[in-house]
Design a protein around this ligand. Sequence first.
Ligand SMILES: [Zn+2]
Length: 332
Amino acid sequence: MSQVSDWPPNSLPWAEPLERRLHQLIEAGRMPHAICLEGPAGVGKGIVVERLIGMLLCSDLQPSGPCGSCAECLLLRAGSHPDRIQVVPDTKTGRTISVDAVRALIERISMRPQRQGAQIAVLTPADALNAASANALLKTLEEPAQDSHLVLICADPARLPVTVLSRCLRLVLNPPSADVAIDWLQRTGSDDRSLGLALELADGRPLLALGAAQGGRLTEWEAAIRQLAALQSGRTGIVESALSMAKSPDASLEVLQRVLEAALDLALGGSKFTRLREQLHLTSQVEESTLQSVWLRCKRARQELGSGLRDDLSLASLLLGVAGALRWQAVG
Ligand SMILES: [Zn+2]
């Protein structure tokens, strides 16, 4: 997030209560040694942490956050602040934060900060700690180095040992309401027409919706929805739709999952996914148990993408399942 043109990043409206709390802790000199920021991917945890680092290091902290122009802020802006440490998964496996990486971190923060203030290590995603590296981290959580802070960013806290979590101040960033998210998306200059749909398909997570709208994923999602609508109305057949959807199989499977979730939500009396419902004329007349089993098959198919199976064949089979679960009469 440390792009030169955009530092400090603007605060996110739904993160403001959380940010106020962090601000108060810093001003009172009571910032805990370790915090774990939890929340689903695409909700803005990275922005919150970037602003937190700014608040901890800025030498002229304002009520609104980091000043953006002191020497510390300028170093952060340039991505070259020596006391900001990032610990990420091993580049070879890409999956785990290795025990060596944690040991190197501990050694580094046992030394004094290179500048006047604190040093801050961000472990992201902290879910990538394995048993050995989490265990190595415990030592520094128990005996923190002076003027150091550890920030764990984590989508799935259940994957972290309780011994680690219990030594952190645990904070949660949840997705905002749809209204707040749409308002924010509009202010980013995104195309109004598709925002609501993008947000539904991104499961209510605004940064994911924004990324989809800007990166072309939304176009793939919309193409998949058009194919489903054509299939539902009988304008195309299973094979034709499957072939078309196999052009972007992951996005298509994601849409199938959301459509099944939308149908289940409706069947259970929920009120989410209004745009998906409209576009596909979803009704509450569904086979609930089939919905769930087809959803699981879609999830598995996404995990198996690229394993050599033909995407169009697996999509054809899933489309049959979806049409059956949703009782689409036109699909024969
Ligand atoms: Zn500053």
